[in-house]
Design a protein around this ligand. Sequence first.
Ligand code: ADP
Ligand code: MG
Length: 140
Amino acid sequence: MAVERTLSIIKPDATARNLTGKIIAKLEEGGLRVVAQKRVRWDEADAAAFYAVHKQRPFYQDLVAFMTSGPIVLQVLEGENAVARNREIMGATNPENAAPGTIRKEFAENIERNSVHGSDSAENASLEIGLVFQESEIVG
Ligand code: ADP
Ligand code: MG
């Protein structure tokens, strides 16, 4: 296994319920290290750029509205196999299908308001990190 980086986002449903610390604790307990972090509020252009890959999906407009509805926390996570490891810690997209102990099982409200984003491949991780962080903001 190699040390990797992945992009994580704590979504507006979670920041609204003051769950930032509890989510970070799960990431850290799961073996990942937060090497960059910032709290921001996206506008529509920010969300559209990030979710361009989902533009044709039926939930796209709702997703953009949700992701611009409140503050989010952008993070770069680092660790062994970080992309897959983060997806394990997050749990399935739909919290009804998420394994016990995962972030989404414990905290998500529904399939859309599911508390966290995590990159789904090393290639997308690199693209997503480059979209939202300067190299100088990442301190490993
Ligand atoms: P994941 O976040 O697990 O990688 P996707 O990339 O498929 O899932 O979807 C991106 C995000 O879009 C999800 O995290 C969720 O917020 C939202 N989403 C996905 N599927 C649906 C759906 N069927 N209805 C509403 N929102 C959805
Ligand atoms: Mg995805």
